[in-house]
Design a protein around this ligand. Structure first.
Ligand code: 13P
Ligand code: 13P
Ligand code: MG
Ligand code: MG
Length: 364
């Protein structure tokens, strides 16, 4: 067996430019400078979607490697210093602690990592979203790996026909469960249809530990116990040769499904597929958006990116997303544009209720 490569994507929002719309180029340069000077990495690519910095890194040190996590943490700290100097918005927003404790998980930044032996050809896609939450991937990942109307390979490719195992995380009770699909899709949909709580963490080739996809699944607001911005998740998908073709992995995004996280993390909106240059959410701080970058890996080298949604093939999806956005916006402060009370990232309800409590009269 060949040697294992680890692909680590670690992301954080350490200050928006301007507001919550984008990342200042100086922060990206700072991150590139630090990763470029590291002897731990085989290769890296620093990018952003909206106001979130994404460190895409390859190495041979495995998942949950303390040194890699430390370097990512230090990189975000240095970027925060630059952000504070410029008084960028929410500088240091996602760094929940002052001190690094060995593993970046649970400290604010999002982490998606996979370890595998490179195949003869290793196409991967890194999906990165802004103004939404980890559960936003449930719908597209289900479509990619379990829906034959999306992925014809499930029907006609002998290497895919057996299906996939889905690891689901319960973000509230902090537990996991694995479903074997297609046999258990009805059971699985009971859970993943509730993306605010149950998220697809990873997908494996059926009955093996061969990783096919993995995502960031932390919920910042649960970790911090207060509103600290949305989690703006990342998803890594390996493609081809017994896994979804690149086009099958991209296809779910032609239907802009509705996700939570728009404006103040408290509204529903359509997830719009966009190119990197269009990845800065401005309209009502949105609508939520997703970028898909393709890389061919070769001995850990990242050849790319290919900016997949920079394609007129997604123009209609974008138009539909804008129409859905227009329609939802007409509802203003009403649900279901506004999130349900339990899901609001912040609210004036307790204060207003306290002030008005004597005006409420009991009814028999
Ligand atoms: P593979 O079986 O090599 O992944 O090819 C499938 C394909 O690319 C169809 O679009
Ligand atoms: P971010 O989570 O992307 O920082 O956005 C927060 C927000 O409140 C946007 O309106
Ligand atoms: Mg922000
Ligand atoms: Mg963001």
């Amino acid at each position: 067996m060949g040697k294992k490569i680890t692909l680590s994507v670690i992301k954080a929002d350490v200050g928006g430019f301007v507001g919550h719309s984008s990342v200042h180029p100086e922060l990206l340069e700072t991150a590139r400078g630090i990763l470029g000077g590291s002897s731990l990495l085989i290769d890296f690519h620093v990018t952003h979607v909206g106001d979130d910095i994404n460190l895409i890194m390859t190495h041979e040190l495995g998942r949950n490697c303390g040194e890699i996590h430390q370097m990512a943490w230090d990189t975000f700290l240095s970027c925060t210093t630059v952000a504070k100097k410029m008084k960028l918005y929410g500088a240091g927003q996602d760094l929940l602690s002052d001190a690094f404790s060995g593993n970046i998980k649970g400290m604010g930044p999002g982490v998606a990592e996979m370890e595998f032996v490179e195949r003869k050809s290793e196409p991967v896609i890194i999906f990165m979203a802004d103004k939404t939450e980890p559960g936003a991937w449930n719908f597209p990942v289900y479509k990619m790996f379990a829906d034959p109307f999306n992925t014809i390979g499930l029907v006609i490719d002998p290497n895919m026909h057996q299906g996939f195992d889905f690891e689901i995380r319960d973000l509230i009770d902090n537990r996991k469960v694995t479903f074997s699909c297609p046999e258990e899709i009805y059971d699985m949909l009971v859970f993943i249809g509730a993306p605010g709580r149950y998220c697809i963490k990873s997908v494996y080739k059926k009955g093996t530990d061969e990783i096919a996809a993995t995502s960031t699944t932390q919920r910042l607001n649960l970790m911090a116990g207060r509103y600290v911005g949305k989690d703006d998740p990342v998803l890594i998908v390996r493609c081809q040769s017994g896994l979804p073709a690149v086009g099958e992995a991209l296809e779910p995004f032609t239907n802009p499904h509705i996700v939570s996280g728009w404006m103040r993390g408290s509204h529903h909106g359509p997830l719009m597929p966009v190119s990197l240059k269009d990845s800065n959410p401005t309209r009502f701080d949105g609508p939520p958006r997703v970028v898909g970058l393709g890389f061919q890996l070769a001995d850990g080298k990242l050849h790319g990116p290919q900016d997949f949604f920079d394609d007129p093939g997604y123009d209609l999806a974008r138009q539909k997303a804008n129409e859905i956005a227009n329609y939802l916006r007409t509802m203003g402060p009403f649900e279901p544009h506004r999130l349900h009370l339990d899901e609001m990232e912040y609210t004036t309800m307790p204060d207003v209720m306290k002030r008005l409590k004597d005006r409420f009269e009991k009814l028999d």
